[in-house]
Design a binder for this molecule. Structure first.
Ligand code: UDP
Length: 429
């Protein structure tokens, strides 16, 4: 830990790839923009996906650095294809991380919760380093989960599809959790993602399509007419489910951009090639096979809807770009995020996905083509309901942008955390 006058040193220890790595990198860059010295701890392969953007920050004078943890025999964790899952074991990073912390004694470390060993390993060093956890979820989902485990409302219903009351906003438990998250002692605090500044075209990974192709396709479409469809960094669908989605989209007659990652191997590939060809000829749809420059697309004026799996990053991106959504939750806390979008914020329609799927479960068809077509028409078809949602999404998007501008709530919270770490330094000294 350095003297009280030197900038606060914040270590960021993202998970290896997947949807959790992107917001942690954004956060490190955002705190550096606010005057902290940010150090991102990564491995050789995983650092490849963000080192260019960090380099650009350094050139503009920001104190943001990458610290590589080296493993024996040049081995690395998982691979660099953003394919890590919550069960990917990263414990081989424990010793190099401990060594680094003992050497550098930063003011704080923000670590991803999927480094399951990190909390104990860091606390046991007794270094007085403030430890903050990124669990990748928002306050709403955290409150919902806490209520589930405390009051067990799910045990009072007869079937897995029967609804139950989970939380009423403003309840004391909800407030307690928010207060805890904002508490002064962040020894084991939780950091909740805020909207981030990003290099849009190169975020996460190199895009599989060039910026110009996307932009000229989007420019050719009327305002608010295009539906953007993407299901996160590691989507899994049954081949038949992809077919249902394709048929539903075609029947809706709505222009769309659909990001199909490597989800459709084997059976049915012929259909998809044909479909892609047909959509290109009719100019109804653009299909991206691989990683898409998400924010570049979502911020375009022709995009009027976002079909999403409701991952928290995706939800935040939809909200902050002011785009209403078609929600298709699949796993993790995505069903909670769907509730937030549809019932609380009222900026989205459900496609009707009801079945929660864990990483190691075989996916099945849960949404038929008619359901897809109906949801697309409700949101994008020019009706009153869709129009209201679009207006509301725009207003909420403006609020989200204001929150990260100078004087906004997120902006102030970031500075408050830096100041708190400075104060903490004085107390420890
Ligand atoms: N993403 C992207 N291009 C893609 C697919 C995903 O930029 O083609 C980004 C997306 O913008 C988001 C993240 O990957 O920031 C996915 O995170 P989210 O929490 O939504 O879902 P997860 O991948 O964790 O399920």
């Amino acid at each position: 830990m350095e003297s009280t006058s030197s900038p606060v040193e914040m270590f960021f220890f993202p998970f290896v790839g997947g949807g959790h790595q992107i917001p942690m990198i954004d956060m490190a860059r955002m705190f550096a923009a606010h005057g902290a010295k940010s150090v991102i701890i990564s491995t050789p392969k995983h650092a490849l996906s963000f080192r260019e953007s960090i380099h650009r920050d350094q050139q503009s004078g920001r104190r943001v650095f990458i610290e590589i943890l080296l493993l024996p025999d040049n081995i690395d964790i998982a691979d660099s294809d953003m394919s890590a899952t919550p069960v990917t074991d990263t414990s081989m990073l424990q010793e190099p991380l401990k060594k680094l912390l003992l050497q550098r004694k930063p003011d704080c470390i923000v670590h991803d919760m999927f480094h399951h060993w990190a909390a104990d390993a860091i606390d046991n060093l007794e270094l007085n380093v403030a430890r903050i956890v990124l669990n990748g979820n928002g306050c709403f989902a955290n409150c919902a989960r806490e209520n589930i485990s405390k009051f067990k409302p799910q045990e009072k219903v007869d079937s897995k599809y029967e609804p139950f009351v989970l939380l009423r906003t403003g309840t004391s438990l909800c407030r307690t959790i928010q207060e805890r998250e904002q508490s002064v002692d962040r020894r084991a605090g939780i950091v909740v993602q805020q909207e981030q500044s990003v290099d849009k075209a190169e975020r996460g990974k190199k895009a599989a399509i060039d910026e110009q192709t996307i932009l000229s396709w989007l420019h050719s479409k009327p305002p608010n007419s295009v539906l953007y469809i993407s299901f996160g960094s590691s989507p899994r669908f049954a081949p038949q489910q992809i077919l249902e989605l394709a048929h539903g989209l075609q029947a809706s007659n709505q222009p769309f951009i659909w990001v199909i990652r490597d989800v459709f191997k084997g059976e049915g590939t012929g259909f998809l090639t044909e479909f892609e060809e047909k959509m290109r000829e009719s100019k109804q749809g653009l299909i991206i096979n691989g990683w898409a420059p998400r924010l570049l697309i979502l911020e375009h004026g022709s995009v009027g809807g976002f079909m999403t799996h409701c991952g928290w990053n995706s939800t935040l991106e939809g909200v902050s770009c002011g785009v209403p959504m078609i929600t298709w939750p699949i796993s993790a806390e995505q069903f909670f995020n769907e509730k937030l979008v549809t019932d609380v914020l009222k900026i989205g329609v459900r496609v009707g996905s009801l079945d929660w799927l864990w990483w190691n479960m075989e996916p099945w068809v849960s949404v038929g083509r008619d359901m897809v077509e109906e949801a697309v028409k409700r949101l994008m078809g020019g009706g009153e309901e869709g129009g209201e949602m679009r207006n509301k999404a725009r207003v909420i998007g403006e609020m989200a942008k204001k929150a990260v501008e100078a004087g906004g709530s997120s902006y102030k919270e970031a500075i408050a955390l830096i100041n708190e770490l400075k104060d903490r330094r004085r107390i420890i000294e």
